[in-house]
Design a protein around this ligand. Structure first.
Ligand code: FER
Length: 181
């Protein structure tokens, strides 16, 4: 199973959706902030999942002649999703970060040039952190968001992790820049 499978099953376990709805989630909503999936991957995946009977669809008529497929998860699909959610991860995979690779070889350029690289990177991470802080401030306005039962609890988990990661990244860049004066 590809990871996209689980993202689609996850969405459909919440509610019925069309292919367009799912594409919009990846394009415009929070999942797109941390998981990339292209339009061209989603439709074939929906077909595959339908063939495997993990999801099913009903045709709805929209307007005068437009038909749309509204997908929902099947019992078999729910089982596959749950198995994935309770499965223990086998190994820790460090996400690839090209800047870390650059940092590893940075001493091939001068300290001044290296500092410019780190300062540019710092600006980018500060912008990202500011964006996340804004999202976080909004999210914590929701009552009981830290309760497991809240609809936004899982959003809270992923957003707080992103915020902590960016805070750590900013600190690492600042500490490194101090060593390049
Ligand atoms: C969100 C905005 C940004 C969000 C996550 C992110 C889950 C970013 C995540 C990341 O960079 O890992 O609303 O909600």
């Amino acid at each position: 199973m590809r990871v996209l499978t689980y993202a689609i099953l996850g969405f459909l376990s919440r509610k019925e959706m069309t292919g367009y709805d799912i594409t919009t989630e990846f394009k415009d909503r929070e999942i797109g902030e941390f998981w990339v999936a292209k339009h061209s991957q989603i439709y074939p995946e929906l077909k595959k999942l339908t063939d495997e009977e993990l999801i099913e669809y009903k045709i709805e008529i929209q307007g005068s002649k437009l038909e749309k497929k509204v997908y929902s998860i099947t019992e078999k699909g729910k089982k596959v999703l749950e198995e994935w959610l309770v499965k223990n991860e086998e190994e820790l995979v460090t996400p690839k970060d090209e800047f870390v690779l650059k940092a590893y070889f940075i001493s091939s350029i001068s300290k001044e040039e290296a500092r410019v690289q780190f300062e540019n990177r710092l600006k980018m991470h500060m912008i990202k952190l500011e964006f996340l802080e804004g999202k976080y401030e909004e999210l914590i306005k929701i009552e009981n968001v830290t309760n497991y039962e809240s609809d936004e609890f899982s959003h809270y988990l992923v957003l707080t992790r992103a915020r902590e990661r960016e805070k750590a990244y900013v600190k690492w860049l600042e500490d490194s820049i101090k060593l390049m004066v």
